[in-house]
Design a binder for this molecule. Structure first.
Ligand code: TYD
Ligand code: MG
Length: 453
Protein backbone atom coordinates (compact mmCIF):
# COMPACT_ATOMS: atom_id res chain seq x y z
CA UNK A 1 0.00 0.00 0.00
CA UNK A 2 1.33 3.48 -0.87
CA UNK A 3 1.74 5.59 2.23
CA UNK A 4 0.12 9.01 1.94
CA UNK A 5 2.25 12.05 2.70
CA UNK A 6 -0.78 14.14 3.44
CA UNK A 7 -1.26 15.23 7.00
CA UNK A 8 -3.47 17.76 8.69
CA UNK A 9 -1.61 20.21 10.84
CA UNK A 10 -3.24 22.53 13.33
CA UNK A 11 -2.22 26.05 12.33
CA UNK A 12 -2.57 27.13 15.90
CA UNK A 13 -0.60 24.62 17.97
CA UNK A 14 1.20 22.57 15.31
CA UNK A 15 -0.33 19.19 16.29
CA UNK A 16 -0.35 16.65 13.45
CA UNK A 17 -3.65 14.84 12.76
CA UNK A 18 -4.15 12.00 10.32
CA UNK A 19 -7.74 12.97 9.51
CA UNK A 20 -9.39 16.33 9.06
CA UNK A 21 -11.76 17.49 11.73
CA UNK A 22 -13.46 20.76 12.51
CA UNK A 23 -11.71 21.17 15.82
CA UNK A 24 -8.17 20.45 16.99
CA UNK A 25 -8.37 17.90 19.80
CA UNK A 26 -5.19 19.26 21.32
CA UNK A 27 -5.84 23.00 21.63
CA UNK A 28 -9.64 23.04 21.03
CA UNK A 29 -9.26 25.62 18.27
CA UNK A 30 -12.00 25.48 15.63
CA UNK A 31 -11.31 25.31 11.92
CA UNK A 32 -7.56 25.36 12.33
CA UNK A 33 -6.58 22.09 10.56
CA UNK A 34 -4.99 22.46 7.14
CA UNK A 35 -3.88 19.73 4.79
CA UNK A 36 -0.13 19.85 4.19
CA UNK A 37 2.23 17.70 2.21
CA UNK A 38 4.99 16.54 4.49
CA UNK A 39 7.02 14.47 2.04
CA UNK A 40 10.61 13.92 3.04
CA UNK A 41 13.59 13.85 0.63
CA UNK A 42 13.58 10.45 -1.09
CA UNK A 43 17.32 9.71 -0.70
CA UNK A 44 18.41 7.63 2.27
CA UNK A 45 19.93 9.45 5.21
CA UNK A 46 22.81 7.02 4.96
CA UNK A 47 26.03 7.07 6.91
CA UNK A 48 28.01 7.81 3.78
CA UNK A 49 26.24 11.16 3.18
CA UNK A 50 27.65 12.66 6.42
CA UNK A 51 30.92 14.47 6.92
CA UNK A 52 33.33 14.55 9.78
CA UNK A 53 32.99 17.73 11.83
CA UNK A 54 35.79 19.73 13.35
CA UNK A 55 35.64 21.07 16.89
CA UNK A 56 36.63 24.47 18.23
CA UNK A 57 37.67 25.64 21.68
CA UNK A 58 35.85 28.46 23.42
CA UNK A 59 39.08 30.24 24.36
CA UNK A 60 39.71 30.84 20.68
CA UNK A 61 40.05 34.63 20.20
CA UNK A 62 38.44 34.57 16.76
CA UNK A 63 35.14 33.59 18.41
CA UNK A 64 34.92 37.03 20.11
CA UNK A 65 31.89 39.00 19.08
CA UNK A 66 31.09 42.63 19.46
CA UNK A 67 27.58 43.92 19.60
CA UNK A 68 26.27 46.31 17.04
CA UNK A 69 24.72 49.41 18.59
CA UNK A 70 21.75 50.87 16.73
CA UNK A 71 22.16 54.28 18.43
CA UNK A 72 18.56 53.92 19.60
CA UNK A 73 19.26 53.29 23.30
CA UNK A 74 15.84 51.82 24.03
CA UNK A 75 16.32 49.30 21.25
CA UNK A 76 19.85 48.36 22.30
CA UNK A 77 18.77 47.76 25.87
CA UNK A 78 16.00 45.36 24.82
CA UNK A 79 18.53 43.42 22.78
CA UNK A 80 20.77 43.22 25.87
CA UNK A 81 23.27 45.88 24.78
CA UNK A 82 23.07 45.85 20.98
CA UNK A 83 22.52 43.41 18.14
CA UNK A 84 24.66 40.27 18.11
CA UNK A 85 26.13 39.36 14.70
CA UNK A 86 24.75 36.05 13.46
CA UNK A 87 21.64 36.33 15.62
CA UNK A 88 18.03 35.82 14.57
CA UNK A 89 15.25 37.89 16.09
CA UNK A 90 11.50 37.56 15.78
CA UNK A 91 9.34 40.64 16.42
CA UNK A 92 5.62 40.15 16.88
CA UNK A 93 2.87 42.66 17.42
CA UNK A 94 -0.67 43.66 16.47
CA UNK A 95 -1.27 45.01 12.97
CA UNK A 96 -0.62 48.73 12.74
CA UNK A 97 1.33 48.91 15.99
CA UNK A 98 4.46 50.11 14.17
CA UNK A 99 6.65 47.05 13.50
CA UNK A 100 7.54 48.05 9.96
CA UNK A 101 8.17 51.63 11.09
CA UNK A 102 10.48 50.52 13.90
CA UNK A 103 12.56 48.24 11.70
CA UNK A 104 12.80 50.77 8.91
CA UNK A 105 14.11 53.27 11.45
CA UNK A 106 16.64 50.73 12.69
CA UNK A 107 18.02 50.01 9.22
CA UNK A 108 18.01 53.77 8.64
CA UNK A 109 20.26 54.24 11.67
CA UNK A 110 22.49 51.24 10.97
CA UNK A 111 23.03 52.17 7.33
CA UNK A 112 24.30 55.61 8.37
CA UNK A 113 26.80 53.75 10.56
CA UNK A 114 28.11 52.03 7.43
CA UNK A 115 26.32 48.67 7.78
CA UNK A 116 24.89 46.84 4.77
CA UNK A 117 21.14 46.77 5.24
CA UNK A 118 18.56 44.84 3.28
CA UNK A 119 14.82 45.31 3.80
CA UNK A 120 12.59 42.72 2.17
CA UNK A 121 8.86 43.33 2.30
CA UNK A 122 6.33 40.72 1.30
CA UNK A 123 3.44 42.94 2.30
CA UNK A 124 4.07 46.34 0.83
CA UNK A 125 5.15 47.58 -2.57
CA UNK A 126 8.32 49.58 -3.03
CA UNK A 127 6.36 52.82 -3.47
CA UNK A 128 4.61 52.24 -0.14
CA UNK A 129 7.95 51.64 1.58
CA UNK A 130 9.34 54.75 -0.06
CA UNK A 131 6.42 56.79 1.25
CA UNK A 132 7.15 55.59 4.76
CA UNK A 133 10.89 56.16 4.42
CA UNK A 134 10.23 59.75 3.26
CA UNK A 135 7.97 60.29 6.24
CA UNK A 136 10.68 58.99 8.56
CA UNK A 137 13.29 61.19 6.92
CA UNK A 138 15.39 58.22 5.78
CA UNK A 139 17.25 59.46 2.76
CA UNK A 140 20.23 57.16 2.98
CA UNK A 141 20.55 55.47 -0.39
CA UNK A 142 22.64 52.53 0.83
CA UNK A 143 19.65 50.55 2.18
CA UNK A 144 18.64 47.90 -0.35
CA UNK A 145 14.91 47.26 -0.69
CA UNK A 146 13.04 44.44 -2.36
CA UNK A 147 9.40 43.49 -2.52
CA UNK A 148 9.54 39.68 -2.85
CA UNK A 149 8.08 36.67 -1.10
CA UNK A 150 10.25 33.81 -2.31
CA UNK A 151 12.42 32.80 0.66
CA UNK A 152 14.65 30.66 -1.53
CA UNK A 153 15.60 33.63 -3.71
CA UNK A 154 16.30 35.74 -0.63
CA UNK A 155 18.50 33.02 0.89
CA UNK A 156 20.52 32.63 -2.32
CA UNK A 157 20.98 36.40 -2.54
CA UNK A 158 22.21 36.62 1.06
CA UNK A 159 24.67 33.80 0.52
CA UNK A 160 26.01 35.49 -2.62
CA UNK A 161 26.73 38.75 -0.76
CA UNK A 162 29.39 36.95 1.36
CA UNK A 163 29.47 39.82 3.82
CA UNK A 164 27.73 40.58 7.07
CA UNK A 165 24.51 42.42 6.49
CA UNK A 166 21.35 43.29 8.39
CA UNK A 167 18.38 41.56 6.85
CA UNK A 168 14.78 42.49 7.69
CA UNK A 169 11.94 40.21 6.57
CA UNK A 170 8.53 41.88 6.72
CA UNK A 171 6.77 39.51 7.43
CA UNK A 172 7.68 35.83 7.78
CA UNK A 173 4.04 34.79 7.17
CA UNK A 174 4.22 36.15 3.62
CA UNK A 175 7.34 34.15 2.71
CA UNK A 176 7.20 30.81 0.92
CA UNK A 177 9.44 28.14 -0.55
CA UNK A 178 8.28 27.08 -4.04
CA UNK A 179 9.45 23.50 -3.30
CA UNK A 180 6.55 23.02 -0.86
CA UNK A 181 2.92 22.79 -2.00
CA UNK A 182 1.38 24.55 0.98
CA UNK A 183 0.27 28.16 0.84
CA UNK A 184 2.30 31.00 2.40
CA UNK A 185 1.48 31.47 6.07
CA UNK A 186 0.87 27.76 6.74
CA UNK A 187 2.87 26.06 9.45
CA UNK A 188 5.16 24.13 7.11
CA UNK A 189 5.86 27.16 4.90
CA UNK A 190 6.60 29.45 7.80
CA UNK A 191 8.82 26.86 9.42
CA UNK A 192 10.70 25.91 6.25
CA UNK A 193 11.16 29.52 5.06
CA UNK A 194 12.49 30.53 8.47
CA UNK A 195 14.90 27.62 8.44
CA UNK A 196 16.18 28.50 4.97
CA UNK A 197 16.67 32.17 5.89
CA UNK A 198 18.39 31.34 9.18
CA UNK A 199 20.87 29.03 7.46
CA UNK A 200 21.73 31.71 4.91
CA UNK A 201 22.07 34.42 7.56
CA UNK A 202 24.27 32.31 9.87
CA UNK A 203 26.55 31.45 6.96
CA UNK A 204 27.40 35.13 6.46
CA UNK A 205 27.20 36.07 10.16
CA UNK A 206 24.34 38.38 9.22
CA UNK A 207 21.74 39.74 11.59
CA UNK A 208 18.30 38.48 10.65
CA UNK A 209 15.17 40.18 11.98
CA UNK A 210 11.82 38.58 11.17
CA UNK A 211 8.50 40.33 11.64
CA UNK A 212 5.74 37.95 12.74
CA UNK A 213 1.98 38.38 12.77
CA UNK A 214 0.14 37.70 15.96
CA UNK A 215 -3.07 35.77 16.41
CA UNK A 216 -6.17 37.04 18.17
CA UNK A 217 -4.90 35.90 21.56
CA UNK A 218 -1.64 37.77 21.05
CA UNK A 219 0.85 34.97 20.36
CA UNK A 220 2.92 34.86 17.19
CA UNK A 221 0.96 33.13 14.42
CA UNK A 222 2.31 29.81 13.28
CA UNK A 223 3.71 27.13 15.53
CA UNK A 224 5.51 27.83 18.78
CA UNK A 225 8.49 26.12 17.13
CA UNK A 226 9.19 29.40 15.38
CA UNK A 227 10.01 30.85 18.78
CA UNK A 228 12.41 27.98 19.42
CA UNK A 229 14.20 28.48 16.13
CA UNK A 230 15.24 32.05 16.84
CA UNK A 231 17.60 33.56 19.42
CA UNK A 232 15.44 36.46 20.52
CA UNK A 233 11.68 36.97 20.61
CA UNK A 234 10.39 40.49 21.04
CA UNK A 235 6.84 41.74 21.26
CA UNK A 236 5.87 45.23 20.24
CA UNK A 237 2.89 46.12 22.39
CA UNK A 238 0.71 49.09 23.07
CA UNK A 239 -2.74 50.32 22.49
CA UNK A 240 -3.54 51.96 19.17
CA UNK A 241 -5.34 54.65 21.16
CA UNK A 242 -2.18 55.56 23.02
CA UNK A 243 0.87 57.21 21.57
CA UNK A 244 3.39 55.02 23.29
CA UNK A 245 4.61 51.59 22.36
CA UNK A 246 6.57 49.07 24.37
CA UNK A 247 9.11 46.68 22.94
CA UNK A 248 9.46 43.74 25.32
CA UNK A 249 11.91 40.84 25.18
CA UNK A 250 10.18 37.51 25.87
CA UNK A 251 13.16 35.34 25.07
CA UNK A 252 16.75 36.43 24.66
CA UNK A 253 19.77 34.18 24.35
CA UNK A 254 22.05 37.20 24.66
CA UNK A 255 20.42 39.33 27.35
CA UNK A 256 17.78 39.59 30.05
CA UNK A 257 14.15 38.80 29.33
CA UNK A 258 11.24 41.08 30.12
CA UNK A 259 13.44 44.05 29.36
CA UNK A 260 11.41 46.87 27.88
CA UNK A 261 12.08 49.79 25.57
CA UNK A 262 9.52 52.59 25.47
CA UNK A 263 8.77 54.55 22.31
CA UNK A 264 6.29 57.21 21.38
CA UNK A 265 4.64 57.19 17.95
CA UNK A 266 4.80 60.63 16.41
CA UNK A 267 4.07 62.08 12.98
CA UNK A 268 7.58 61.31 11.87
CA UNK A 269 8.11 57.90 13.35
CA UNK A 270 8.91 56.36 16.72
CA UNK A 271 10.73 58.47 19.28
CA UNK A 272 12.54 57.06 22.30
CA UNK A 273 11.08 57.80 25.71
CA UNK A 274 14.01 58.38 28.02
CA UNK A 275 12.16 58.44 31.33
CA UNK A 276 9.02 56.29 31.02
CA UNK A 277 7.94 56.75 34.65
CA UNK A 278 7.42 60.46 34.01
CA UNK A 279 5.32 59.65 30.96
CA UNK A 280 3.16 57.05 32.72
CA UNK A 281 2.48 59.42 35.62
CA UNK A 282 1.96 62.55 33.53
CA UNK A 283 -1.86 62.49 33.67
CA UNK A 284 -2.16 61.87 37.40
CA UNK A 285 -4.79 63.76 39.36
CA UNK A 286 -4.54 64.79 42.99
CA UNK A 287 -7.03 63.77 45.70
CA UNK A 288 -8.81 61.07 43.76
CA UNK A 289 -9.69 57.76 45.38
CA UNK A 290 -8.96 54.48 43.64
CA UNK A 291 -5.46 55.13 42.35
CA UNK A 292 -2.14 53.85 43.69
CA UNK A 293 1.39 54.00 42.30
CA UNK A 294 3.25 50.76 41.80
CA UNK A 295 7.05 50.83 41.85
CA UNK A 296 7.67 48.12 39.27
CA UNK A 297 10.63 46.60 37.54
CA UNK A 298 10.65 45.68 33.88
CA UNK A 299 13.77 43.66 33.14
CA UNK A 300 16.56 45.70 34.66
CA UNK A 301 14.74 49.00 34.67
CA UNK A 302 12.56 50.40 37.46
CA UNK A 303 9.37 52.04 36.33
CA UNK A 304 6.52 53.72 38.19
CA UNK A 305 3.03 52.91 37.04
CA UNK A 306 -0.39 54.16 38.07
CA UNK A 307 -2.94 51.50 38.99
CA UNK A 308 -6.58 52.65 38.83
CA UNK A 309 -9.54 50.83 40.31
CA UNK A 310 -13.23 51.60 40.36
CA UNK A 311 -15.45 49.51 42.62
CA UNK A 312 -19.19 50.04 42.24
CA UNK A 313 -22.30 48.13 43.45
CA UNK A 314 -23.34 45.56 40.88
CA UNK A 315 -26.78 44.75 39.54
CA UNK A 316 -25.55 41.54 37.88
CA UNK A 317 -25.78 38.01 39.25
CA UNK A 318 -22.09 37.51 38.67
CA UNK A 319 -20.46 40.92 39.08
CA UNK A 320 -18.26 42.34 36.38
CA UNK A 321 -14.48 42.09 36.55
CA UNK A 322 -13.11 44.28 33.77
CA UNK A 323 -9.39 44.53 33.62
CA UNK A 324 -6.86 46.22 31.35
CA UNK A 325 -3.15 45.51 31.67
CA UNK A 326 -3.22 42.95 34.48
CA UNK A 327 -4.05 39.29 34.99
CA UNK A 328 -7.70 38.42 35.63
CA UNK A 329 -6.82 35.29 37.65
CA UNK A 330 -4.57 37.37 39.90
CA UNK A 331 -7.39 39.88 40.46
CA UNK A 332 -9.80 37.08 41.45
CA UNK A 333 -7.23 35.78 43.92
CA UNK A 334 -6.66 39.21 45.41
CA UNK A 335 -10.41 39.81 45.74
CA UNK A 336 -10.77 36.47 47.53
CA UNK A 337 -8.00 37.41 49.96
CA UNK A 338 -9.52 40.88 50.57
CA UNK A 339 -12.91 39.28 51.16
CA UNK A 340 -11.83 36.48 53.51
CA UNK A 341 -8.85 38.02 55.33
CA UNK A 342 -9.79 41.70 55.47
CA UNK A 343 -13.60 41.46 55.47
CA UNK A 344 -13.89 43.76 52.48
CA UNK A 345 -17.00 42.64 50.60
CA UNK A 346 -16.49 42.54 46.90
CA UNK A 347 -18.77 39.66 45.85
CA UNK A 348 -21.63 42.04 45.00
CA UNK A 349 -19.41 44.73 43.50
CA UNK A 350 -18.29 45.37 39.93
CA UNK A 351 -14.55 45.94 39.73
CA UNK A 352 -12.87 47.84 36.92
CA UNK A 353 -9.10 47.79 36.99
CA UNK A 354 -6.88 49.73 34.65
CA UNK A 355 -3.14 50.06 34.38
CA UNK A 356 -2.81 53.61 33.12
CA UNK A 357 -1.02 54.30 29.87
CA UNK A 358 -1.62 50.97 28.15
CA UNK A 359 1.31 49.10 29.73
CA UNK A 360 0.88 45.47 30.86
CA UNK A 361 2.13 44.35 34.27
CA UNK A 362 3.24 40.76 34.82
CA UNK A 363 4.97 41.07 38.19
CA UNK A 364 3.27 39.65 41.32
CA UNK A 365 4.92 42.59 43.12
CA UNK A 366 2.03 44.73 41.84
CA UNK A 367 -0.46 42.95 44.17
CA UNK A 368 -0.06 45.49 46.94
CA UNK A 369 -0.62 48.49 44.68
CA UNK A 370 -3.70 46.85 43.12
CA UNK A 371 -5.08 46.03 46.58
CA UNK A 372 -4.42 49.63 47.67
CA UNK A 373 -6.29 51.01 44.66
CA UNK A 374 -9.27 48.70 45.30
CA UNK A 375 -9.43 49.52 49.03
CA UNK A 376 -9.06 53.24 48.29
CA UNK A 377 -11.92 53.08 45.79
CA UNK A 378 -14.32 51.10 47.98
CA UNK A 379 -13.63 53.30 51.02
CA UNK A 380 -13.52 56.44 48.89
CA UNK A 381 -10.31 57.53 50.60
CA UNK A 382 -7.62 59.00 48.32
CA UNK A 383 -4.10 57.71 48.82
CA UNK A 384 -1.39 60.26 49.52
CA UNK A 385 0.03 61.76 46.32
CA UNK A 386 3.58 60.93 47.36
CA UNK A 387 3.14 57.21 48.18
CA UNK A 388 4.29 54.18 46.21
CA UNK A 389 3.67 50.48 46.83
CA UNK A 390 5.29 47.14 46.12
CA UNK A 391 4.83 43.64 47.58
CA UNK A 392 3.29 40.31 46.71
CA UNK A 393 0.12 39.15 48.48
CA UNK A 394 -0.09 35.50 49.59
CA UNK A 395 -3.29 33.50 50.06
CA UNK A 396 -3.21 33.83 53.82
CA UNK A 397 -3.08 37.60 53.43
CA UNK A 398 0.63 37.86 54.18
CA UNK A 399 2.78 40.36 52.29
CA UNK A 400 5.76 38.69 50.69
CA UNK A 401 9.17 39.96 49.66
CA UNK A 402 9.92 40.89 46.08
CA UNK A 403 13.13 41.37 44.10
CA UNK A 404 15.35 44.43 43.82
CA UNK A 405 13.60 46.84 46.21
CA UNK A 406 16.49 49.34 46.16
CA UNK A 407 16.16 50.04 42.45
CA UNK A 408 12.44 50.71 42.87
CA UNK A 409 12.94 52.99 45.87
CA UNK A 410 15.63 54.99 44.04
CA UNK A 411 13.32 55.54 41.08
CA UNK A 412 10.51 56.64 43.42
CA UNK A 413 12.85 59.07 45.18
CA UNK A 414 14.06 60.45 41.85
CA UNK A 415 10.49 61.28 40.87
CA UNK A 416 9.73 63.05 44.15
CA UNK A 417 7.88 60.32 46.07
CA UNK A 418 8.34 60.42 49.83
CA UNK A 419 6.58 57.38 51.20
CA UNK A 420 7.10 53.69 50.47
CA UNK A 421 4.74 50.90 51.54
CA UNK A 422 6.56 47.58 51.44
CA UNK A 423 6.68 44.12 53.04
CA UNK A 424 8.03 44.03 56.62
CA UNK A 425 10.40 41.23 55.72
CA UNK A 426 11.98 43.24 52.93
CA UNK A 427 15.45 44.42 53.94
CA UNK A 428 16.24 47.77 52.35
CA UNK A 429 18.85 50.48 52.72
CA UNK A 430 17.04 53.45 54.23
CA UNK A 431 17.17 56.52 51.99
CA UNK A 432 17.22 60.03 53.42
CA UNK A 433 13.97 62.05 53.51
CA UNK A 434 11.84 58.98 52.79
CA UNK A 435 9.35 57.33 55.13
CA UNK A 436 8.61 53.61 55.10
CA UNK A 437 5.43 51.72 56.02
CA UNK A 438 6.34 48.11 56.65
CA UNK A 439 3.32 45.88 56.48
CA UNK A 440 3.04 42.21 57.37
CA UNK A 441 -0.58 41.46 56.49
CA UNK A 442 -2.99 42.83 53.93
CA UNK A 443 -5.19 43.87 56.86
CA UNK A 444 -2.48 46.37 57.85
CA UNK A 445 -2.87 48.01 54.45
CA UNK A 446 -6.59 48.58 55.10
CA UNK A 447 -5.74 50.26 58.44
CA UNK A 448 -3.05 52.32 56.74
CA UNK A 449 -5.45 53.63 54.08
CA UNK A 450 -8.16 54.28 56.70
CA UNK A 451 -5.60 56.35 58.63
CA UNK A 452 -4.80 58.45 55.56
CA UNK A 453 -1.27 57.46 54.63
P1 TYD B 1 3.26 50.14 10.69
O1 TYD B 1 4.71 50.28 10.92
O2 TYD B 1 2.81 50.01 9.27
O3 TYD B 1 2.65 48.96 11.53
P2 TYD B 1 2.80 47.37 11.39
O4 TYD B 1 3.95 47.12 10.48
O5 TYD B 1 3.04 46.92 12.80
O6 TYD B 1 1.52 46.87 10.86
O7 TYD B 1 2.59 51.39 11.40
C1 TYD B 1 1.47 51.92 10.92
C2 TYD B 1 0.85 52.90 11.87
O8 TYD B 1 1.74 53.84 12.39
C3 TYD B 1 -0.17 53.64 11.08
O9 TYD B 1 -1.36 53.64 11.82
C4 TYD B 1 0.39 55.01 10.91
C5 TYD B 1 1.31 55.17 12.07
N1 TYD B 1 2.48 56.01 11.78
C6 TYD B 1 2.63 57.20 12.46
O10 TYD B 1 1.79 57.59 13.28
N2 TYD B 1 3.74 57.96 12.22
C7 TYD B 1 4.69 57.58 11.33
O11 TYD B 1 5.68 58.29 11.13
C8 TYD B 1 4.52 56.34 10.63
C9 TYD B 1 5.52 55.88 9.63
C10 TYD B 1 3.40 55.58 10.91
MG1 MG C 1 3.94 46.23 8.59
Amino acid sequence: MVKSNKQFICQFCGTIHLKWSGKCEQCNQWNSLLEENTSKPSGPLSKSSGQKISFEFLNNDTLEYSRLKTSLNEMDRVFGGGLVPGSVTLIGGDPGIGKSTLLLQIVGKLSTLGEDCIYVSGEESLSQIKMRADRLGIKNSTIQFASVTNASDIAITIRSIKKRSILIIDSIQTMYLPQLDSAPGTVSQVRASTHELILAAKKTNSILILIGHVTKDGSIAGPRVLEHMVDTVLYFEGDNNFQFRILRSMKNRFGPTNEIGVFEMSNDGLKEVINPSELFLSDRQKNISGTAIFAGLEGTRPILIEVQALVTPSTLVSPRRTIVGWDIARLSMLCAVLESRCKIHLSNMDIYLNIAGGIKIFEPAADLAVAAAIISSIKNVPISYSSVFFGEVGLSGEIRKITQPELRIKEAKKLGFKNITLPTKQKVIIEENMSYNNITLLRDLVDLINNDI
